[in-house]
Design a protein around this ligand. Structure first.
Ligand SMILES: Nc1ncnc2c1ncn2[C@@H]1O[C@H](COP(=O)(O)OP(=O)(O)OP(=O)(O)O)[C@@H](O)[C@H]1O
Length: 361
């Protein structure tokens, strides 16, 4: 999709002390950005810097200190972002174990104050882990997915988590009555969380199906949300019925914190049915569909990071994915080792990365 020059999105990105990148800056295209360079040139580091700006953490490591360049004491990423027609200055830095986020020159209290500016999704060679890893990642996918569609969701989720923690503390110390007092709050907030997740999935599914049918035409893909408590019963009822068991365990066993999104191919677990390349396509479709849905919200413009896009995909599927990127509402950053792997010569802005230096081509 050709974007006007003043379209929403990331207009400027600058960094110092970040991974192996030499201090630098780029002015990204509002649509498509194509980044190429040899192994270890710094391509992943560049897209990681964009993610760091958007989410104040890395998608590579939980140890944020690792993004600091060897021998430096701080990593800082700055961005100029246009959202709803307005310009914002966002800065994220990590130093001495602390991450600070500054928006328009002032410290922000919560990530949610700035997170709406750059709703971001990553597709890389680890993308299949959404299917193969524990439910935590799938719950995070749901939580961020809903948050960007319904900003009020965060408050419901927080309210639920607080009631859960209080009830868990009571369960741990064997306080039957105290644990029961937290249940109405937990059940009410928990139902709101579950309802919003289901409404969000109902919107997302047709967008995913469109892509799945194009990219995996021989497979029938579907998902099932497990709420985190048995179907057909209210959470209040379940908490009441199972209190003794939960007291014996010392923590709560039911609720949306135990939800899972099971993804099936031809009726069975997708990981048992599909090749790695097919799993990549399946999850890529989910992440792209999410950015399409976010794009309709007209809050912050969604950003898609596709690191090493050609990996594990045959020429036909690569082409299909690149064709999709030409019409997505998201601002895209795509990396590959060789420019010829991204046959989009006439499109977007190209960058070359060499020994940590990024140059617009
Ligand atoms: N904190 C750090 N300080 C300095 N250099 C680092 C740091 N973290 C990683 N590096 C180095 O940065 C280099 C670039 O890594 P990066 O993963 O960005 O490369 P890439 O271009 O994506 O490579 P590939 O195509 O092989 O995936 C690597 O040599 C790595 O050792």
């Amino acid at each position: 999709m050709t974007q006007p020059a003043d379209a929403d999105g990331l207009e400027r990105l600058g960094w110092t002390g970040f991974r192996g990148l030499a201090p630098g800056s780029i002015d990204p295209d509002p649509g498509l950005n194509l980044i190429h360079g040899d192994n270890a040139a710094g391509k992943t580091s560049l897209v990681e810097a964009i993610y760091f700006l958007a989410r104040a953490r890395s998608f590579i490591t939980h140890r944020t200190a690792r993004v600091i360049a060897n021998g430096q004491d701080a990593a800082v990423v700055n961005g100029r972002i246009r959202a709803q027609g307005q310009a914002y200055r966002l800065g994220v830095g990590h130093q001495q174990g602390e991450t600070r986020v500054r928006l328009n020159g002032a410290d922000t209290r919560a990530l949610s104050e700035s997170a709406w500016l750059l709703p971001i999704q990553v597709v890389n060679t680890e993308v299949q882990r959404l299917l193969t890893d524990s439910p935590d990642g799938r719950r995070a996918f749901l939580n961020w997915g809903v948050f960007h569609v319904k900003p009020g969701y965060r408050a419901d989720w927080r309210r639920y988590r607080r009631a859960l923690q209080q009830r868990n503390a009571a369960l741990k110390t064997g306080h039957r009555q105290l644990s029961a007092t937290w249940e109405p709050e937990m059940a009410e907030a928990g139902k709101r969380v579950d309802d919003q997740r289901r409404a969000f999935l109902a919107k997302l599914e047709p967008v995913c199906q469109k892509l799945w049918q194009q990219w995996l035409p021989d497979r029938s893909i579907e998902w099932r949300l497990r709420s985190g408590w048995p179907d057909g019963s209210g959470l209040d009822e379940i908490l009441d019925t199972h209190r003794d068991r939960e007291l014996a365990q010392g923590h709560g066993l039911y609720g949306p914190h135990r939800a899972d999104l099971r993804v099936l191919a031809d009726g069975v677990d997708a990981t048992a049915q599909l090749s790695r390349g097919q799993q990549k396509l399946l999850v890529t479709a989910m992440r792209l569909a999410l950015t399409e849905l976010w794009g309709e919200q007209r809050a912050g413009r969604p950003v898609l990071l596709l690191d090493d896009l050609p990996a594990e995909l045959d020429a036909g599927h690569r082409r299909a994915l690149l064709d999709y990127l030409l019409c997505t509402p998201a601002q895209c950053f795509v990396t590959a080792i060789d420019a010829t792997q991204l046959p989009l010569e006439a499109h977007g802005q190209w960058f070359h990365v060499e020994h940590g230096r990024v140059t617009a081509v």
